[in-house]
Design a protein around this ligand. Structure first.
Ligand code: NAD
Ligand code: TYD
Length: 358
């Protein structure tokens, strides 16, 4: 029998997934990582630059909706743990084209659950190794808050966008597999992540990229929508804590204790970049690029997390304040402008062919 816990990470070439793969390979050499990713527009092999296949790591290009491929992988690799990140993740795209969100986020999660059920709960299966299916979800399943209040794990789901509705559906399926079949599942619902390797369609890297190009910085509506910002490395560490100490059948909210209005975030990025690299060529500050645009349809007003459960039961708290996290993040984007450029010019989509020749 193999001697390492084998962790199937889905979506490991995306933003959070790649940070998570890196954390496991750096800090948990006793775990073997199988990264399964379809390499959609959001998947980028350069997010894992420097990581090569070997005893502890294998990359599999596949779709989580492909039942045969997933079931074969469970058998071939003797998967013990699933950390499920793969998803369509951008709210604006879910508004303009929801079909992919239903397919990947709901059918894809169902396909993974079925593979785990068939493999882990079958008669005669060796269950001496602990199994765990950890589903990574979002605080957006809870809907929108007014000026006060926080989401707890018992807040009723009230998703408002096709994205959050598809994630809520997948959360319900995961939970149903626990209650119906006894599948060992855990769910995490986190707030907005930021940090290295985030695709430049999301607010923070989009503002970085546009401001570097002297393009307008679109702020939806009045800019006073509030998000709670969680530094991606804090999030990844929280997931490890849930894997190590969490309880099956439970969900855990993960927040950053950093509630900010969008306009505050955008202005702060402009000010930091002005300080770090000087004003725009025109001599204007970057904040002069801020442009208020038509609001997003169904735009949730405020998200905020009550962190009591994960703090009291697992002893996890975020370490990174928004002020230090945003500095680190902008330093990373400044030092890795080639990474951003390859996305903007589309060349990042050739990396798989270049690395694997197919
Ligand atoms: P991302 O869009 O950066 O990456 C998604 C990854 O999944 C990509 O590598 C993509 O190629 C892969 N993928 C997409 N469809 C696939 C499919 N059918 N089969 C296999 N792989 C597929 O996403 P992210 O921001 O890293 O988010 C990861 C997870 O965390 C998602 O489930 C998302 O809902 C959740 N989440 C994200 C945030 C956030 O702020 N980014 C907040 C809360 C929850
Ligand atoms: P986003 O990064 O898309 O994350 P989410 O929608 O999952 O919260 O957006 C963060 C906030 O920033 C959200 O309130 C929408 C707003 N936003 C803008 O104002 N302008 C933009 O160009 C984008 C992408 C987002």
């Amino acid at each position: 029998m193999k001697n390492k816990r084998t962790v199937l990470v889905t979506g490991g070439c995306g933003f959070i997934g790649s940070n998570f793969v890196r954390l496991l390979l750096d800090d948990y050499p006793e775990w073997r990582v199988i990264n399964l990713d379809k390499l959609t527009y959001a998947g980028n092999l350069r997010n894992l630059k420097g990581i090569t296949e070997g005893e502890n790591y294998r990359m599999v290009k596949a779709d989580i909706c492909d039942a045969e491929a997933i079931e074969n992988l469970f058998i071939e690799e003797e998967i013990d743990t699933v950390v499920h990140f793969a998803a369509e993740s951008h709210v604006d795209r879910s508004i303009s084209g929801p079909a992919e969100f239903i397919q990947t986020n709901i059918i894809g999660t169902f396909t993974l659950l079925e593979a785990a059920r068939k493999n882990w709960l079958a008669e005669g299966v060796d269950d001496s190794r602990e199994k765990c299916f950890l589903h990574v979800s979002t605080d957006e399943v809870y809907g929108s808050l007014g000026e006060t209040g926080f989401f707890t794990e018992s807040t009723a789901f009230d998703p408002r966008s096709p994205y959050s509705a598809s994630k809520a559906s997948s959360d319900h399926l995961v939970s149903a597999y626990f209650h119906t079949y006894g599948l060992p599942v855990r769910i995490t619902n986190c707030s907005n992540n930021y940090g290295p390797y985030q695709f430049p369609e999301k607010l923070i890297p989009l503002v970085f990229n546009n401001s570097m190009l002297g393009k307008e910085l679109p702020v939806y509506g009045d800019g006073k929508n509030i998000r709670d910002w969680l530094y991606v490395e804090d999030h990844c560490e929280a997931i490890v804590e849930v894997l190590k100490k969490g309880e099956n059948g439970k969900s855990y909210n993960i927040g950053g204790n950093n509630e900010k209005q969008n306009i505050e975030v955008v202005t702060l990025i402009c000010d930091i970049l002005d300080r770090k690299i000087g004003l725009l060529e025109s001599g204007e500050p970057r904040s002069s690029l801020i442009t208020f645009v038509k609001d997003r349809l169904g735009h949730d007003r405020r998200y905020a997390i009550d962190p009591t459960r994960i703090r009291d039961e697992l002893g996890w708290e975020p370490k990174v304040t928004f002020e230090s996290g945003i500095e680190k993040t902008l330093d990373w984007y400044l030092e890795n402008q080639d990474w951003v450029k390859a996305i903007v010019d589309g060349s990042y989509q050739n990396y798989y062919q270049e690395m694997y020749g197919k």
